[in-house]
Write a protein that binds this ligand. Structure first.
Ligand code: BMA
Length: 372
């Protein structure tokens, strides 16, 4: 009898240890999505994962070469996080000329190797057909009941078809989806001043509900990512939560921060920027902890990385100066498009040695760390 009791207790322990967490945004989330969530939670206690946009698609001076990646060439390490964008989903290539078919293949490779894929969407203006930066005020017209609602759902149908194609070995790849980013800024049509707070929330919720209910898409986690440049007080969580779609719609609280990362000739300005950078991350991780969410620096970088020691001095040291700031799960740098427009190092770059030192820090996690 006692053997049966022991077996029962043992099974309960094993079961409770292996039980996967629920995803706030989707009670029907796939097992792989729950695993992704759990993985991100676990690794945020170990360190900070790094990655960048379009890492496998191109780099400075090359385009689409097998297994090539500027970060790997410089440091011998591949990113843990891979950013992609589905702007121009009605075409065969995205707004930065990355083929969607190839994107899916790269996402599959990333997933198989244990890396994490996150997708943003520079959605073109569904009414005018111009880019995300076309600020005509259209939200009311594309929401349910609006005269151009169908133009919006047509876009969503295309995105849904894309997500459904994101498979490897016939299994859907779990993805961290980051729609309508930097909405507290005024540069996108969904941004402040172009779309009201109420309409923004309605748009965000509509997309998530439409994907889940109309298309049965359950392999997405959802990220919210305002821009730091429009949060006047970096410690103000109310400013941060402007147009927050709600706890049942968001799994990860992000922040895009280029504003505090610029280098100036003036030391006191630099000092203030570093203080604000740390404060904004402390605020972010505090809100995330209260809400039991993961947090991340969803976009950052210094365009052109003019400072030789930017990665260690401007990013790593401030991050490590605060136990709270360190709680973020990842940092995503923006794309390595050209000598003029890059946020990651490439061979021969003035900050290459510093980047290697940064990557070798024990708290900075790459694909190798995720595989361990
Ligand atoms: C911006 C720039 C643009 C690009 C867009 C979407 O920040 O990098 O060149 O088209 O992101 O990736």
């Amino acid at each position: 009898m006692y053997k049966i009791v022991l077996f029962f207790i043992f099974s309960v322990i094993i079961f409770s240890c292996t039980k996967l967490p629920n995803i706030d945004s989707d009670p029907l989330a796939t097992k792989a999505t729950k695993k992704l969530y759990q993985k991100m939670k676990t690794f945020s206690n170990e360190g900070v994962m790094i990655g960048y946009e379009d890492a496998l698609a191109y780099g400075v001076g090359w385009w689409d070469e097998k297994d090539k990646c500027d970060m790997f060439t410089v440091s011998g390490e591949y990113p843990a996080i891979y950013g992609w964008d589905i702007g121009d989903i009605h075409k065969s290539e995205n707004l930065d000329s990355v083929s969607f078919d190839k994107m899916i293949a790269w996402m599959g490779e990333v997933h198989k190797k244990g890396g994490i894929n996150t997708v943003s969407w520079h959605m073109d203006n569904p009414i005018t057909g111009a880019s995300s930066w076309d600020k005509s005020q259209i939200a009311k017209d594309i929401l349910p009941g609006g005269i151009n609602h169908q133009k919006f759902t047509e876009k969503l149908d295309l995105a849904a078809a894309f997500f459904q194609k994101c498979k490897v070995n016939n299994e859907l790849i779990p993805i961290l989806f980051r729609p309508f980013h930097e909405h507290n800024g005024d540069w996108f049509w969904w941004g402040k001043g172009n779309t009201s707070e109420e309409d923004y929330i309605a748009l965000y919720r509509f997309v998530a509900d439409y994907f889940k209910e109309k298309h049965q898409i359950h392999h997405l986690m959802y990220a919210f990512s305002p821009d730091r440049s429009r949060i006047m007080n970096p410690s103000d969580s109310l400013e941060y939560l402007y147009a927050y779609p709600g706890d049942n719609y968001v799994d990860l609280l992000g922040l895009d921060n280029y504003a505090d990362m610029r280098i100036s000739d003036n030391d006191s300005i630099n000092h203030q920027s570093i203080t604000n950078f740390v404060k904004s991350l402390e605020m972010l991780t505090d809100v995330a902890e209260q809400k039991h969410k993961i947090s991340a620096l969803t976009e950052t970088g210094s365009m052109g990385i003019k400072d030789d020691d930017w990665f260690t001095t401007r990013l790593y040291d401030p991050l490590m100066s605060s136990k709270k700031a360190q709680r973020i799960s990842y940092i995503l740098f923006w794309r390595n498009h050209s000598i003029e427009h890059h946020f990651m190092v490439y061979p021969g770059h003035n900050a290459a040695a510093d980047f290697r030192a940064f990557v070798n820090k024990k708290e900075i996690l790459t694909l190798t760390d995720l595989k361990k």
